[in-house]
Design a protein around this ligand. Structure first.
Ligand code: ATP
Ligand code: MN
Length: 497
């Protein structure tokens, strides 16, 4: 005898009731009036089935309620897609008193017939047969009207996922997160979980959050008055990581191709729309890749991600495009379809100087590029740009030194509006050169003995980069503040929720 799967046994909504009842070989528990805790169908799935009168149950949150004296129209959203489903309620049948309990923000369960909609704006609607209020909401619910400012919504970050904008952003965030793992998995990379607490501050240089179990108002002290960290949890100072790169390098020199995808923390006091104190970073690291292979990987990776979003987040992107930024979809397609510009830092500074533009920070070979310079370059080339071979003074100790003695094989990828979205490099694989640089910069060698060991035993050319996940989401969603692409942003003086 033919049996439906477990799921369909509990999902009579996937079948037309008449069909289910009249064909005895189909197992179905559909019994009108006895659907106490039926698994609801999600609104996203409604788009895949015909509005032919089959009975469905949908559970979600009321966005709006409007209508006349006879009929009420409820826009019900369950978060599965940007679209709400229209629920049509016969007021006489359900009672005015009962309907008054269904306000914006309330959580309800609706069972009724799925039919093709007569009205404008939606393909189908549900004719409510049975409604249950699962959780009421009164007039103090903060999301009463449309068009709240993003600043206001940040103050109610616990409720903002219930808006169309944040529903869209967080769904896109999910899809991109999934796409990142997919890209690497499909390309033979292994995911490595780098530690979040680290005992080395080689990379952090004063921008790290310290982790301690000492009583900070009365810590144990050494004879000279300094804090005695031997009594701390780890027996020495510990911090939250600013990057998983050094650990990823260790793994790349064993597994060949690895990537990390985890939270990173920076106690930098930069209150900008592109910096968070806690953000997520993706850091691939590949043995035998030089800087050119590294650029190819980064460009292919970014294009894959943007393309994935275009293919999997169409409705959400269209919504954001229409509401905030009419150029969004065009810009995304442009990035997928066109090669990135590649040039050296020296060539870039020449372009900037020759432009004759008066920058707030004047350009001189050797200085770090500012946001205004990055923007100018991206505008000038009208596409993302990959800059390489930066002066060694403005880059990290581990980058491969060029033969000119002045530059290192760094690469930054600059994106429209975002500025730097990726920072990476070929790593210095030569033991003596690396140690020399560590001494030059007066980094405590003893903290990096394990890192140096990889250059002592079986060292090889290798490269990697770091992609700031939230900067990627900023670009893909067209949102303009990084606080609006992470569920609960951590920034200076703010760790609410
Ligand atoms: P920036 O110059 O923009 O501060 P950075 O040079 O400090 O960036 P890296 O240390 O190279 O950045 O980090 C790699 C990537 O991590 C950056 O390209 C960026 O996408 C992201 N990133 C860096 N700092 C932050 C931050 N505070 N908040 C969010 N993303 C960040
Ligand atoms: Mn920075």
């Amino acid at each position: 005898m033919k049996r439906h799967t477990f799921l369909s046994a509990f999902r009579p909504d996937l079948f037309h009731p008449d069909e289910s009842l009249s064909t005895p070989d189909k197992f179905c528990i559909f019994e009108p009036g006895k659907m106490t805790n039926m698994i609801p169908i999600r609104v996203a799935e409604l788009f895949g089935i015909p509005g032919d009168g089959r009975v469905v149950t949908v559970k979600g949150w009321v966005r709006t309620k409007r209508g006349n004296r006879q009929i009420s129209f409820i826009a019900l959203n369950d978060g599965s897609v940007i679209h709400s489903v229209q629920v049509v309620v016969d007021i006489a049948r359900h009672g005015e008193e009962f309907l008054r309990k269904i306000n914006t923000g309330a959580c309800i369960s609706v069972t009724g017939k799925l039919v093709t909609s007569q009205g404008q704006g939606q393909a189908f609607e549900i004719q409510a047969d049975h409604i249950e209020v699962l959780g009421g909401a009164d007039e103090t619910y903060p999301l009463q009207k449309k068009g709240h400012s993003l600043e206001f919504l940040r103050e109610i970050a616990h409720l903002r996922p219930r808006t169309n904008t944040f529903g869209a952003v967080f769904r896109i965030r999910h899809h991109l997160s999934f796409a990142i793992h997919k890209y690497f998995n499909d390309n033979g990379f292994f995911c490595l979980h780098a530690p979040i607490i680290t005992g080395s501050d080689a990379e952090g240089a004063g921008e790290m959050f310290q982790v301690t179990t000492l009583n900070i108002s009365n810590p144990p002290r050494n004879e000279d008055g300094s804090v005695n960290f031997r009594e701390d949890f780890f027996g020495k100072p510990a911090n939250l990581t600013v990057s998983g790169q050094l650990e990823a390098e260790l793994a790349a020199l064993a597994l060949g191709k690895v990537y990390t995808f985890g939270p990173t923390f920076r106690a930098e006091n930069s209150n900008t729309p592109r910096h968070l104190a806690e953000f997520w970073m993706i850091e691939p690291e590949v043995a035998f890749n030089d800087i050119w292979n590294n650029m190819d990987l980064a460009e292919d990776f970014l294009k894959f991600l943007v393309k994935y979003a275009l293919e999997h987040c169409h409705d959400d992107l269209e919504f954001l495009n229409n509401l905030y930024d009419k150029e969004l979809l065009t810009r995304l397609r442009f990035v997928v379809e066109n090669p990135f510009e590649r040039l050296s830092y020296s060539e870039a500074t020449n372009v900037l100087i020759k432009s004759g533009k008066k920058f707030e920070f004047p350009v001189r070979w050797g200085t770090d590029l500012q946001k205004e310079h990055e923007n100018f370059l991206v505008d000038y080339f009208k596409r993302p740009a990959i800059l390489t071979d930066y002066p060694k003074e403005i880059k990290a100790f581990y980058m491969k030194q060029n033969d000119d003695g002045k530059t290192v094989r760094a690469m930054d990828i600059l994106f429209p509006w975002i500025g730097e979205i990726i920072g990476g490099s070929q790593r210095e694989e030569n033991y003596d050169a690396l140690l020399g640089r560590i001494h030059e910069l007066q980094i405590p060698e003893k903290d990096l003995w394990w890192y140096l060991d990889t250059r002592k035993f079986g060292s090889c050319v290798h490269s990697g980069f770091g992609l700031g996940f939230e900067r990627l989401i900023l670009f893909v969603t067209g949102m303009t503040n990084i606080r609006d692409v992470i569920p609960f942003p951590r920034t200076p003086k703010n760790a609410e929720f």
